[in-house]
Ligand binder design. Structure first.
Ligand SMILES: CCCCC/C=C/CC(=O)SCCNC(=O)CCNC(=O)[C@H](O)C(C)(C)COP(=O)(O)OP(=O)(O)OC[C@H]1O[C@@H](n2cnc3c(N)ncnc32)[C@H](O)[C@@H]1OP(=O)(O)O
Length: 390
């Protein structure tokens, strides 16, 4: 939040210090926002498309600091340090307002800026957080210059449903223009992701199978295109096993960090399917055709160390220190000049884009055919009936 209070504020902001935050306090003392409400409010705030104005931003800043750190505890900035002085004054004006109340007031204030409230026609959340079924399965947060997109379906090993594909496309579009420097994918729980939700295709009435396969192929193509075209550095933080499409996509990521408990598995033949995510092109380039074939044709599962030796993974970390080491490093990277990061990525990737789009189109078409094959249908039925697990 603090990072969003940008340096462009004018000295006239000094006039906004006497806002009536206490009123918010008085009217809401009976309510208590949970940590989750607070986190949701922070995410909602990042999705505002219209600037709420400096006065509101100062209020939000002050409430955020009070809610997370308590009463103002830093030395007063000099009179000439206009921006920090305005922020300090705003925070200091909250006096000893309890943290819980500040949290509730923060949630209320953000809520009052949302489109559903009466006075909020100026703001609109990004599509990724629009209320739609399953939207809790992808959690998008933005902090310290990093937009994090997290698979959040741990009880199903973060398998990706049709609505999650759509949410990820929206999240990537939003992240491509937000204030963050880099975008990171990771998984909640013990898995990074078990790939495509195999039940996506199993509840389909017989007369809709072809149409479902066609729609899935269109969605797949759009999904992978969003990765090909993503303009900022894309990082995967692989916290556990990865299966199927989340592995193939790694060829489109710029950096891949893996815990030593991660594994990489592309069991396409076993499923009567074929590679996607441009892996039929990126994997042979990354690891050579022979190693790529072993993964993509025969479904060899790699350890994190093996994936690193093959160039699919940038670096492997011990599980015990993985999160700490990786996020510390990413936070430092996110402080680098954002335009330079973007331009360097563009230079590395731009020559390939046309080819990647063509490969994606071809793979999506081929898969559409595979989904209609008996081999694939049998494999899916086996999974659903629990006769066979990979
Ligand atoms: C728009 C469409 C685009 C399509 C793009 C195509 C992509 C291709 C692929 O991604 S292929 C890869 C598909 N994934 C798999 O084949 C993995 C299938 N799952 C498993 O093999 C196992 O579940 C496991 C190895 C991931 C984990 O095994 P474990 O024994 O540890 O745990 P469970 O099997 O009990 O799993 C817990 C619950 O999670 C459900 N689940 C796990 N993975 C998936 C999945 N991919 N699809 C649907 N459901 C999944 C599993 O069924 C359990 O659910 P339950 O508790 O209700 O039984």
């Amino acid at each position: 939040m603090a990072g969003r209070l940008t340096r462009r504020w004018s000295p006239s902001l000094l006039q906004v210090l006497r806002f009536p935050v206490v009123q918010l306090h008085m009217s809401r003392t009976a309510m208590r926002a949970s940590e989750k409400d607070f986190e949701n409010a922070r995410n909602q705030l990042k999705l505002l498309t219209k600037d709420p104005g400096n006065e509101v931003k100062l209020k939000l800043y002050a409430l955020y600091k009070q809610a997370t750190e308590g009463p103002c505890n830093t030395p007063k900035p000099s009179m000439l340090d206009f921006i920090n002085k305005a922020k300090w004054d705003a925070w200091n004006a909250l006096g000893s307002l309890p943290k819980e109340t500040a949290r509730q007031n923060y949630v209320d204030l953000v809520s009052s800026l949302s489109p559903s409230s009466e006075s909020s026609s100026q703001v609109k959340p990004a599509a990724a957080n629009e209320k739609q079924p399953g939207s809790e399965n992808i959690i998008v947060t933005s902090q310290d210059g990093i937009t994090k997109i997290m698979f959040n379906r741990p009880t199903k090993k973060n398998a990706i449903t049709t609505s999650m594909y759509k949410e990820i496309i929206h999240a990537l579009k939003a992240a491509s223009t937000d204030n963050s420097a880099i975008t990171v994918f990771t998984g909640n729980g013990d898995y990074y992701s078990s790939g495509n939700d195999l039940t996506n295709f199993t509840d389909v009435p017989p007369n809709s199978i072809e149409e479902t396969a066609k729609n899935a192929s269109i969605l797949l193509r759009e999904f992978v295109d969003a990765f090909i075209d993503f303009p900022k550095p894309l990082v995967a933080v692989i916290n556990g096993p990865a299966v199927g499409i989340v592995v193939t996509l790694l060829g489109l990521f710029d950096v891949v960090y893996a815990s030593d408990k991660a594994t990489f598995h592309t069991p396409f033949s076993e499923l009567g399917q074929s590679p996607e995510g441009c892996a039929s092109y990126t994997f042979p380039k990354i690891m050579g055709p022979a190693k790529a074939a072993e993964m993509l044709i025969f479904g060899k599962k790699l350890t994190a160390g093996e994936a690193c030796a093959r160039g699919l993974v940038t670096e492997v970390f011990p599980e015990s220190t993985f999160q700490k080491e990786v996020w510390t490093r990413l936070k430092a990277y996110a402080k680098l000049p954002t335009n330079s990061l973007r331009i360097s990525k563009e230079l590395i990737r731009s020559n390939e884009k046309e080819k990647l789009h063509a490969v994606n189109a071809e793979e999506s078409t081929v898969l559409q055919g595979r989904w209609l094959s008996e081999e694939c249908m049998n494999a899916l039925m086996n999974f659903v009936s629990r006769k066979s697990k990979l």
